[in-house]
Design a protein around this ligand. Sequence first.
Ligand code: HEM
Length: 319
Amino acid sequence: METSVNFILPDHEEFYKWSLETDITKWALRFACDMITIVVTGERSYLMASYYNILSNKKVKNSNTAIEDPERFIQGIKNHLSGFTYFLYFSPFLHYHIPFIKDQVKATLKNWDYLFKIIDLIIEKRRKEIEEILVGDELRNDMLITLIVTNTVRDINRTNNGRDNISRPITDDKIRANLLDSFQDGIDTTANTFSFIVYYICKHHHVKKKIVDEIDSIFLSKTFFHLKYDDLLKLEYCDAIINENLNNKVRNKFSLLTFGGGLRICPGRRLAIIELLFLMVILFGKYEVELVDMNAPLKVKSKATTTCGELPIKIKLRK
Ligand code: HEM
């Protein structure tokens, strides 16, 4: 079966004329959020399209989505990522009694209300769609649908072993928590990794050239909006760059420690690699890419996780 990945940016002539300075971290954050939203929930979030609207004179309309305000949604995800650390590091006593922490906790809870409302809407929408499909007919294959149908008559793996606690359908609040987990763990991580990759590639011209040559040898057309999964897997050099960036150790079963290991190994690691390859093709295949300041060090912020503050780059359409 042929699987293709459709880029979320509108396939618009205006886009090809782009020649500008942009913060690639912002770009990658929106891309990763679009990818997670579609892969995990089946919903489109149009974050890249809304970013395009900020940068371009031609505006793209987004319709039929539970996420009405894409920029607010991305801010909500970012606030969630910074806000949950107050629950990680500070006890409930401090939440109530230290003024600064109290304010942050209040804002985080308010933000949760906003995100929960959107996620609940998506779950409700998907439940309705499933109800309209006859039992036995094929359903789309995303994480949300799997969570909704688990232990229901539509679950092909259903086993009733008489133990109620593991044969009950999953409740909406648990489904919501699982979805939020994916947003929390899968967006910033991918966006930051991509920013680090771009930084190091731009620092080393011979590496950049090899990457562009490999992309050109596999993707003949300059319109990279409908990438085939199988073609992405042919990008051996790009894949090696990603792995090098993630971990300098010799490759073996346990070498990619960035994704953890054992039972709790990152379940999104395959998706992350595909996203990173995809971003490399889109960025380096289409544009000449340079750092705005070749001498500036990486703006790394280390809190609960290590992130890239911003990475200004210049992009110009390739001749
Ligand atoms: C470059 C990108 C990514 C990196 C570096 C990364 C890294 C990690 C690491 C180190 C862990 C902890 C593993 C352990 O405890 O041993 C983890 C867990 C997790 N990751 Fe990722 N991840 C990335 C992308 C993603 C994506 C795209 C998703 C999308 C679904 C995702 C979802 C998760 C989840 C749900 C967990 C928790 C698993 C559990 O607790 O059992 N991650 N990730």
